[in-house]
Design a protein around this ligand. Sequence first.
Ligand code: HEC
Length: 157
Amino acid sequence: MWTRIQLAVSGVSLLLLALPCMAADTIGLCVGDDMRQRLHAEMRDLLGAVHGVHTALAERDLEALSTRAAAAGTAMAGQIEKHAGSHHAGLPHDFVKIGRATHAAFDDLATLARDGGADGELWPALSKVSGYCVQCHAKYRLALPGDCATEDEGAGR
Ligand code: HEC
């Protein structure tokens, strides 16, 4: 019992120690307010899609799975690009690439489900999707607006 509590406590302290380093390892992106809101809205949709896919998998409802995954596929990215006009303006090429790969992985999952894929194929396809979420979050974050204002002045804008 005590060992468990001690383990939990040391786990938490390790996490707290690691947090600042993790933040320092990520690249802070400077985006405008509009893009920040759009990005966060897209992210919440993506999380909703992952949840929808999990639920459909649990119920083995392949039609629902296909619909949910397709909605987060390249069609979603296309809509956002259309509405935002210069949606990707100022975002690093690699960031955009991982984003596109994420939507494409949702497309693959949707196709698999539509073709009646077996669990042994569907789970790895979903894992590929969440792998991209992790990959991008491990690399990028949004910079604090205050940090960006200074950079903008420095760049003479
Ligand atoms: C191409 C990069 C990229 C990919 C891929 C990506 N994210 Fe994000 N995500 C971000 C960034 C950047 C933020 C903003 C972090 C910040 O505010 O510092 C974010 C924030 C979020 C948030 C918080 C939203 C909020 O309102 O605060 C959620 C939830 C999220 N992502 C879920 C996901 C899920 C689920 C996936 C995969 C299906 C995913 N993301 C894929 C870059 C990405």
